[in-house]
Design a binder for this molecule. Structure first.
Ligand code: PMP
Length: 428
């Protein structure tokens, strides 16, 4: 179907004023004017189910969060150089959710800024420059974060100090050998960095490896690699932008699934349920080393409005059984997908923790290009059917499904129905 004139005109106007690095999502771009809970509404009032957005974890425009944000915005917006009780209250409450060794926090505005700052700290503390990342990782948009994001294309190739390591799952390694494989990959990267006199500053990973295609099992497989990096004088930075704040249902933080505590954890996305706020949480020794010689000032980070918002988010997350719900709905979705996978050979594998799912698409006989095309077709069929998802993975043939954590059984069933219909239409 061709686009309505209203949307076609908007696209033309965008193209005249926006930089060409912008991309619209979906073949028929979406246009929403209102969000509520799991739903997004277009100008005609038609509802679309959001099964993609991990920023509004508590649901779009959660009334308690927006009230806290608006109340503070109407009273005072000030920065971290002034005394502010709520800043300290929130810092205390946030740190209490971490293992006791991680006892200091610095606020940022985005996940990219969190990783950027964590890299500065790791390089200063270690005295080394090298950073080890997974082969299709994304860690952000600043120059330093883009340089450790192979997912972006050429940025990593321009960075002599960055090493990419293969993950066991996509390399076809079974779970029993996953830890040994990953540790060997990381040790080889460390040896190469040492040989070239670069040294290792950090292993920076998203512990559910979301942009690599959601490779999160078996729990614990990263532990040997983390140990190897520490032996070499580097830090383990856990990028919690995707798994953090309860996405996995079982744990508040993704690294906890692997039972390893990081030196630094980087936070973003769901922290403000839509308001831009992030943080680096870390061990005092590292933070003190950094603070003794370096300065970090960030005009908007940790401002009163962001803190009021994040504080409301954390309260609701802890009060309303959000993680329990993520766990239960994740299981419901997993069993539904099991049934679908039994009916369709176009679902090759399903991986998940809580409400973060990777669904590999494509038949065995298909080429990588055909699989990618099929995954993209499905994403667009679902969009036309009123359900939002996207893709991830090195071949972009894995469906990325991560609904707000407040989704209910009826939403899960609606998604499953849309996926079943989409698969049927593709095989017809
Ligand atoms: N790290 C990870 C794992 C991410 O997925 C993202 C964003 N997709 C970022 C960092 C960067 O976060 P932001 O876009 O808020 O800067």
């Amino acid at each position: 179907a061709s686009l309505p004139k209203r949307e076609a005109d908007l696209i033309a106007r965008r193209d005249h004023v926006l930089g060409s690095s912008y991309r619209l999502q979906y073949r028929r771009p979406v246009h929403f004017v209102r969000g509520e809970g799991m739903w997004l509404y277009d100008p005609d009032g038609r509802a679309t189910l959001d099964f993609y957005n991990n920023v509004p974890s508590l649901g779009h425009c959660h009334p308690e969060v927006t009230a806290a944000m608006a109340e503070q915005a109407g009273r005072l917006s000030a920065n971290t150089r002034y005394l502010e009780p709520r800043l300290v209250d929130y810092a205390e409450r946030l740190i209490a959710t971490f293992p006791s060794a991680l006892d200091r926090v610095v606020f940022t505005c985005t996940g990219s800024e969190s990783n950027d700052l964590a890299l500065r700290i790791a390089r200063l503390v270690s005295g080394a420059d090298g950073v080890i990342v997974s082969s299709y990782a994304y860690h952000g948009t600043s120059a330093a974060a883009a340089a450790v994001s192979p997912n972006l294309g050429d940025a990593v190739k321009l960075s002599p100090s960055v090493r990419m390591v293969n993950l066991p799952g996509p390399s076809g390694i079974d779970e029993a050998n996953a830890a040994a494989f990953f540790e060997a990959e990381v040790r080889a990267a460390i040896r190469d960095l040492d040989r070239r006199g670069i040294g290792v500053a950090a292993l920076l990973i998203d512990s559910i490896f979301s942009s690599d295609g959601v490779w999160l099992d078996p729990p614990g497989f990263i532990a040997g690699a983390v140990e190897a990096v520490r032996e070499a004088g580097g830090l383990f930075i856990a990028d919690e932008v995707q798994p953090g704040f309860g996405r996995t249902g079982s744990h508040m933080w993704g690294f906890e699934r692997h039972d390893v505590a990081p030196d630094l954890a980087t936070l973003g996305k769901p922290m403000g349920n839509g308001y831009p706020i992030g943080a680096v949480v870390g061990r005092r020794a590292h933070m003190d080393r950094f603070g003794a010689t370096a300065r970090y000032s960030n005009t908007f980070a940790g401002n009163t409005v962001g803190i009021a918002t994040a504080d409301a988010v954390l309260t609701i997350l802890q009060r309303d059984g959000i993680m329990e719900n993520a766990l239960a709905m994740g299981e419901r979705l997993a069993s539904g997908l099991d049934v679908l996978a039994g009916q369709s050979d176009a679902i090759r594998a399903v991986r998940h923790a809580g409400l973060f799912f990777g669904i590999d698409i494509g038949r065995d006989a298909m080429s990588p290009g055909e699989r990618r095309a099929m995954a993209l077709d499905l994403v667009n069929l679902l969009r036309d059917d009123g359900v939002l998802i996207s893709t991830c993975g090195a071949n972009e043939d894995t469906l990325k499904v991560r609904p707000p954590l407040v989704c209910e059984a009826a939403h899960v069933d609606r998604f499953l129905e849309a996926l079943a219909t989409g698969l049927q239409r593709l095989s017809a």
